[in-house]
Each structure stands twice: as C-alpha cells, then as structure tokens.
Design a protein around this ligand. Structure first.
Ligand SMILES: [Cu+2]
Length: 152
C-alpha cells in the first residue's frame, strides 16, 4: 500500500513539474524549436517573401514587411493571422527570443508588417507563421518560414 502511494505521489509531483514547465514562458520557445526543426521546409499553403529591406539599423525601430500569397492561386493572402517570434541570432542558434509571440499587422494587399527595435548589431530571425483565414491554429505548423534580418 505504501509503495502505491509512493508511485502516486511521484506521478503527481512529476505532472506538477511538467505543467509548471509547460506553463512557463519558455514553452513558447520550446514549441517554436519543434516547429522550426520539423517544419523547416517550404510553407504548405502559402508563400512568404520579405517585401522590405532586410538590413536595419541598431537602436532604430525597424518595420519588416512580408508579402504573403496563397500558394495555389498566387493571389495575396488576406485576413490571415501571422504570429511572429523574433530571435536574437540566426535560426535556432540562440533561442534568445525578444519577448513572446506577437502578431504581424495586416497592411493590405497581402502585406503584413512587424516592428521591432534591434538592440545590437548582428543577425535576427523573424520566425513567421501563417494561419490562413478560416483555418485552424494547427495550420501554422505547416506554414512557417524563417526570415533573416541584419542589424548594422
Ligand atoms: Cu522558425
């Protein structure tokens, strides 16, 4: 009986630790890492192309514009959700995310814009995900691309 209680207790402790971990801010970065390593192939339903300079200035707010199109029709993708995470460094090299996930703002004609201020020189990775209008959250797993930016 004592042994069973021990096992139960261990299970409770382990799941508490697990949930605490999953609930921590780091979980977003962790799931990003999974997405990146697994999904570092061309987005399935869309195309994502930088439509502004990928060279930006340190200490100055940069506006990065991405042109997103429907892969099948080649038409600009409207009303999509575009969750973004910005990493200090090249893709998955540092896992040092600047804040948590943010949404790129739709500015029309398939263009989505994200603003950030680089605080030091070097490479930044814009981890970009697309959820086409009407699709489930899960579709961002298949529609992910890393866009590199250099701060000078
Ligand atoms: Cu990525």
């Amino acid at each position: 009986m004592k042994q069973i209680h021990g096992v139960l207790l261990l299970t409770v402790v382990l799941s508490t630790v697990f949930f605490a971990f999953a609930a921590s801010q780091n979980s977003e970065a962790q799931s990003m890492m999974g997405m990146c390593s697994m999904m570092n192939k061309a987005p399935k339903d869309v195309t994502i192309k930088p439509a502004s300079s990928q060279i930006v200035k340190v200490g100055q707010e940069a506006a990065i514009t991405l042109l997103i199109k429907d892969k099948t029709t080649n038409k600009p993708l409207l009303d999509a959700q575009v969750p973004i995470m910005i990493e200090h460094g090249s893709s998955m090299s540092t896992m040092d995310m600047m804040g948590s996930m943010i949404s790129a703002e739709e500015i029309g004609q398939g263009k989505y814009q994200v603003k950030f201020t680089p605080d030091k020189k070097g490479v930044y990775t814009i981890h970009t995900h697309v959820i086409p209008d009407g699709k489930s959250m899960m579709s961002m797993m298949n529609n992910h691309m890393d866009v590199g930016v250099i701060a000078k």
